[in-house]
Structure formats: C-alpha cells, structure tokens
Design a protein around this ligand. Structure first.
Ligand code: ZN
Ligand code: ZN
Length: 342
C-alpha cells in the first residue's frame, strides 16, 4: 500500500472525488467543501467540545481509599487494569499516525489527529492517577507490570500483533485488518476495565479515578464512532477488500478478541470483586461483541445474548459536570498558560 505524498500537485481537488482511503488528494487541507461531514463533526467534538484536563479532577479522596478501603484483590485489579489501559493508549498514539498516512480526505485526517491527541491525554491521565494515588515505587511497578506479569505481556502482544503485521507488511489486506483491530480495541478491549472501575465507583470507591475513566470512556466512544464510520465507508467505496476470506477473518477475529477480553477480565478480577462476577464479565463482553459486530453489518456471534447484563453502566458512565462547570472550577490554569514567556 502506498503512503500519500505530502504535496501532490497532480492530485484531485474536488470534494466529491475524495475517498476515505485509496484517493488521490493534493494534500492541501481544503475545507470549503466537505465530503464526510461526520469526520469534521467528530474532529470538532474530540478536539474542542470534549476537551478535558486530567489535573483538573481532584484525586485526594482516592489516595485515602486506596490505602484504607480497597481489598488486596481490588488493589491488584486496579493496578493491572491501569497497566493494560496504559498499553492500549500507547499503541493508539502511535498506530493512529500510521492510519493517518493512508487517509485521503483532509476532514478524516483531522479527526484522527484529534483522536491521537486524546489518546495522549489518556496516557497523561494514567500518570496523574498513579502519581496521586500510589507511591512512586508502586507507580513504577505498574508501568512495568507487563514485564513481570505473563498474562499482561501476552495480552499486550495479542492486541499489538494486528498493528505490527501492518507495520511489517503494509498491504491493503493488512490495513483493513488493522482498522478492524482498532475498532475492536476501542469498542471492546477497554470495556472490562471500565466495567471494573464503574463497579468500584458504584459502591462509592475510587470515585476520583472513576471520574477520569468517565472522561476517557466518553472519548473512546467517539473513537468507536470514527472507526465504525470508516469501516462502513470502506465497505461502500472499496467493497473489493471485503472478500469472503476477509469476512471470515473478521468474524473469527471478533470471536478471538471476545474470548481474550473475557479471559483477561476474569484474570484481573479473580472472581473476588464485589459486584462483578466471571459470569457477568462473560455476558457483558459477549453482549458488547454482538453490538459492535452488528454496527458494521455482521451477524452477532452470540444471538442468545440480547440485553446488556450491566445495563446500569450506560447511565453511570455519564459525566454530570457540564463543560462550563469543568472550566469554571479552575479558570486560572488557562490564565497561567497565556502568561508563559518563551
Ligand atoms: Zn484512549
Ligand atoms: Zn481511543
């Protein structure tokens, strides 16, 4: 697959001739006409309406709770889940750059640039959570868990494999596989971790961390939308990519990803966390898998599961603060930024 040129005078200018991928753009960002309004809208939502700053969320209560309220199992799960989320967002920051090189509509490239920035905010959030809640030795340990914990190392490897395959061998087929991998990462891999945090939060535990996770979750859902729309656009514009073998691969990869996510969820919680059981994790992830498959036109793998067994999460994850509250609480941060002298 050929990367697009930085400047291509022979490229096509008209918005109607744009393609999401495999187009021939001049690479000048022209926005007078937009071919994919959803891409431009997502850019604005991710870049501006949903902008947030991890440091603006106070973390003091969580430090006390981590030390005196959490059980040993809850602590371990908290750390392992964070460690995995750190890996996921790390992979995203880098992989989104790769995807961007092959997107041939400026509004989509802008959207993926905003997404990449958000993933780096998430990396910053994890650092800020660790710095606020645990001691520096533990924080260092959490970053390094993947070396010590075989399951986490394997988990990271499995997630990154579909990306590494594209880096090593950038074919059109591997591109589509990486796009599907991204969609699954955004829409499935984060979610047993989120469910764990929300289960704690629902019991009044670690509510500061949970607030950070809610912002991250809100961002991840816009990323799911971006990649769902990209896949749907590829289905329309480049149907030749979706061969019967590819469709079979996609179904099998979903099955594989769902199994791995359930396995991971069970491993981190050890069936020892109040409010979340192995059975709940199993059903919740299969439910999400069904939903994500149907959103890109595939039949669900588990048709017997038709409702969300953790339905309360949909309500719970909503952010109560409006954006205005968020900014009014600490406007001086912005004043300070303006005063910087270089
Ligand atoms: Zn993220
Ligand atoms: Zn994301």
């Amino acid at each position: 697959m050929k990367r697009k040129l930085i400047f291509n005078p022979a490229g096509e200018r008209e918005a109607h001739s744009r393609k999401a991928v495999f187009g021939n753009p001049t690479n000048i960002i022209e926005l007078n006409e937009i071919k994919y309004p959803w891409g431009f809208d997502l850019y604005k939502t991710m870049g501006f309406s949903n902008f947030w700053i991890p440091e603006e969320i106070p973390m003091l209560e969580d430090k006390k709770q981590y030390e005196s309220v959490l059980s040993e199992y809850e602590k371990k799960a908290y750390e392992l889940v964070l460690s995995f989320l750190i890996a996921l967002d790390s992979f995203q920051v880098d992989m989104l750059k790769e995807f961007a090189r092959y997107l041939t509509a400026p509004e989509l490239e802008m959207a993926i640039t905003a997404q990449e920035f958000q993933e780096s905010v998430h990396a910053y959030s994890y650092q800020y959570i660790l710095e606020s809640v645990v001691d520096p030795v533990k924080a260092d340990e959490v970053y390094n868990y993947w070396r010590e914990d075989e399951k986490l190392r394997e988990r990271n490897q499995v997630v990154a494999e579909v990306y590494n395959n594209f880096i090593n061998n950038p074919t059109e087929e591997n591109f589509l596989k990486a796009v599907i991998g991204n969609y699954i990462l955004e829409s499935l891999y984060f979610y047993s971790g989120f469910a764990f945090f929300y289960t704690l939060g629902r019991q009044g535990k670690m509510t500061n961390t949970v607030q950070q996770i809610k912002y991250i979750n809100r961002d991840e859902l816009t990323h799911v939308t971006l990649f769902r729309n990209l896949i749907q656009t590829l289905q329309k514009e480049s149907p030749e990519l979706f061969t019967p073998e590819m469709e079979k691969w996609i179904r099998e990869y979903f099955k594989f990803a769902i199994d791995k996510e359930i396995e991971w969820g069970k491993y981190v919680t050890q069936n020892q966390i109040l409010g979340i059981t192995d059975q709940l994790i199993d059903r919740y992830i299969k439910y999400l898998g069904n939903l994500r498959m149907s959103q890109i036109g595939f039949d669900p793998l588990y048709p017997e599961i038709t409702s969300n067994p953790m339905k309360w999460i949909d309500e719970f994850r909503k952010i109560n603060n409006t954006k205005t509250d968020f900014f009014q609480r600490k406007p001086q941060t912005y004043a300070k930024a303006n005063e910087l002298k270089w």
